[in-house]
Design a protein around this ligand. Structure first.
Ligand code: CP
Length: 297
């Protein structure tokens, strides 16, 4: 299969292609370091929005495959402060001839249309509320290491589904991998997809009894358009250790981070034994290393 030049949408991802990718990620994870056959890859990281995991994970992934990295973290002290557009900024960075641009930007920039102008590869590292493809891939990769098969697995989302770019990419990827999606979120923070059939729960115990895995999505209080009751959220929707232990079976817990402890997850889940949250971070390095390695091969 022809390798994509850009990683923004996951709509065309097949289970076979996904298997190829995670096989490569597993190989790299085992070896801890690989080198490409050709010239070392040059990777430009351009992060216009805050990030801890994704930016450092791409830096670490680049180290693992022997790529060189140069970074623009935020617009402060760049010519964006003088009025230069993001489009011009990215075209100038492309002119420095890296092999790959890794970009995090807001919804106001049309990353998809812009990607068609590029002669180098582009990886979306988080695009407003629209997409976070490498997070979705590393989430599925993490689940593939936990379950024998992803087919038919039921993923329950709690927290703020409405404002989540991670969820936007899950909506593209998870149905392709034959996974099922369900929601236990307040109506103000829930979301429907035009072409993905999901299950919506009003009762926590019904939701948890359905779930094979629980995924928390950070409450993005800064993006709330309407007033909502935090007391109601905590008492009805917050996930606690007691909720998960009461099921009498192991239900893994995931979160793309940063976790809103005391919001979507109770503090007492910090040491929940079936948490995969830090495994997601580790896997993110090797999944991203596999993507970069493919682009350089
Ligand atoms: N998961 C994620 O995108 O985290 P950061 O915002 O820290 O990169």
């Amino acid at each position: 299969m022809q390798m994509p030049k850009s990683w923004i949408s996951l709509k065309s991802m097949t289970p076979e292609r996904f298997q190829d990718l995670i096989q490569k990620a597993n190989q790299i994870k085992k070896l801890k370091r690989v080198s490409s056959r050709g010239m070392p890859l040059s990777v430009a990281l351009i992060f216009l929005e805050p990030s801890t995991r994704t930016r450092l994970s791409f830096e670490r992934a680049s180290q693992v495959i022997g790529a060189s990295v140069f970074v623009m973290a935020g617009s402060q002290s760049t010519s964006i402060e003088k009025g230069e557009s993001l489009e011009d900024t990215l075209l100038n960075i492309e002119a420095m001839q890296p092999d790959v641009l890794v970009v995090r930007c807001g919804d106001d920039f049309d990353l998809e249309t812009f990607s068609h102008r590029l002669t180098v590869s582009l990886i979306c590292a988080g695009w407003g509320k629209k997409a976070h493809p490498t997070q979705a891939l590393l989430d599925a990769y993490t689940l593939s290491g936990y379950f024998d098969s992803l087919k038919g697995k039921k993923v329950l989302y709690v927290g703020d589904a409405k404002h989540s770019r991670v969820l936007s990419s899950h909506f593209e990827l998870f149905p392709n991998l034959q996974m099922k999606m369900g929601f236990f979120c307040p109506p103000e923070l829930s979301v429907q997809h035009s072409s993905v059939t999901a299950t919506y729960f009003e009762n926590k115990s019904d939701a948890l009894n359905w779930a094979d895995v629980v995924v928390g999505l950070r409450l993005q209080k800064e993006r709330l358009e309407t007033q909502m009751s935090w007391y109601n959220f905590e008492t009805k929707y917050q996930m606690t250790r007691e909720d998960l232990l009461s099921l009498g079976r192991s239900v893994p817990l995931m979160h793309p981070g940063p976790v809103g402890w005391g919001n979507e997850f109770h503090m007492n889940l910090k040491d929940y034994q079936k948490s995969l949250i830090l495994a997601q971070v580790t896997n993110g390095v090797y999944l991203r290393a596999a993507l970069l390695f493919e682009l350089g091969d």
